[in-house]
Write a protein that binds this ligand. Structure first.
Ligand code: PMV
Length: 360
């Protein structure tokens, strides 16, 4: 069934991996499973207006302006989906996207942007197949399709389709887990002390990365430590999932150690790649040392993770917010680019979004 025109929008958060995905197989299949937390306020809002057309075509605006390099990437992505979404060859799409967080801020905008776009495509697919849109939101098949579509745009984006903690990649410890899409971890099984994890993104560097994530994934092919790393990633998904369910003091300590080791292991892979490369800056290392020193001296549960970049994600439970803010203001600010950081927290996942005159 063909619907002649329509408009829809999605708001989708970014996510940060606690167990990292680093290395992949053709078809955007991860070399090891990963586990992430979905953020709350760092989101992309994407509006799609569609109408019937003789051929598939697309216009794209980012923050209200044409952005040819993003448009080119999206066009390639849409072209790659023709076998799954054949109606794409018969519609004109007008896509407009906005982020609530600055570009190159250490928050993965590809995850939120591709997540929002994939949700839009999954909603349109429902419309074109004549499925009532209201049914979609309570239908696990809808979210699974959106996650699969998001994965093909940017691997880690598939985890942004669900709130809370998610796992992407088949793993025996996580029922229903799959290499082609993420699954949410059961928040009822997650210990309440992990329900309100906070993430302050400490901005060290606002420049773009010297080596892209795609190039970094590529360097895991033939990497001398690749097989050991992939096995470790899988093992750590199971370990972290067990710790998330326990939440006792010893589990919290083990959780923090494991998350920090994951971040350092990701960067260790980069240091040991051929060619080798370095995304951390001197201030990154200074921050990691300050965070560990503060934790060891005060016993306050603050810990870090890193993405593929120089910025540092400072993680802590809500109960440690006052001490964490004091740590940032008194000890960490000198290492930050213009003293800047972003505050976010564990979120509940994407929501439909309608543009209003005030938010456009
Ligand atoms: O989704 P990609 O291809 O941008 O890769 C993301 C890789 C990391 O952010 C470094 C780790 C992860 O699991 O998100």
């Amino acid at each position: 069934m063909m619907v002649s025109s329509g408009e829809l929008g999605w708001e989708c958060p970014s996510n940060i991996a606690l167990v990292k995905y680093w290395g992949k197989y053709p078809g955007q299949i991860p070399a090891n499973p990963s586990l992430s937390l979905t953020l709350s306020s760092c989101v992309s809002r994407t509006q799609i207006a569609y109408r019937e057309s003789d051929q598939g075509s697309m216009e794209f605006l980012f923050e209200g302006e044409p952005k040819p390099e993003f448009a080119h990437k999206i066009q390639g992505y849409l072209d790659s989906l023709h076998a799954d979404l054949p109606w794409l060859t018969r519609v004109h799409l007008q896509i407009e996207s906005h982020n609530t967080f600055p570009h190159s801020s250490g928050i993965a905008s590809s995850a939120s942007a591709m997540g929002a776009l994939a949700l839009g495509l999954a909603s349109m697919d429902r419309a074109f197949r004549g499925v009532e849109s209201g049914d979609g939101l309570s239908d696990s098949a809808f979210w699974a399709q959106a996650s699969d579509l998001a994965r093909r745009g940017s691997g880690s984006a598939c985890r942004s389709i669900y709130g809370g903690y998610t796992v992407w990649g088949a793993h025996p410890a996580v029922p229903g887990s799959d290499d082609r899409r993420a699954v949410p971890l059961d928040m009822e099984a997650v210990h309440p002390s992990f329900h309100n994890l906070q993430d302050a993104v400490l901005l060290v560097d606002r420049g773009s990365k010297s080596v892209s994530s795609s190039a970094g994934h590529g360097l895991m092919n033939g990497h001398p430590y690749a097989q050991a790393r992939f096995a470790q990633g899988a093992e750590r998904v199971a370990q972290l999932w067990t710790l998330l369910q326990d939440g006792g003091e010893a589990s919290w300590r083990a959780f923090m150690d494991l998350v920090e080791s994951e971040a350092l292991t990701l960067h260790a892979m980069m240091l040991a790649s051929t060619p080798s490369y370095l995304l951390m800056k001197p201030s990154t290392l200074a921050l990691l040392e300050e965070i560990r020193r503060f934790r060891n001296q005060s016993g306050v549960p603050v810990f870090f993770t890193l993405d593929a970049g120089a910025n540092v994600h400072l993680l802590f439970p809500e109960s440690a917010s006052a001490q964490a803010m004091e740590l940032i203001d008194k000890q960490l600010t000198p290492y930050l680019h213009e003293g800047s950081y972003l505050c976010d927290r564990l979120g509940s996942g994407p929501t439909p979004w309608t543009r209003t005159p005030h938010t456009s």
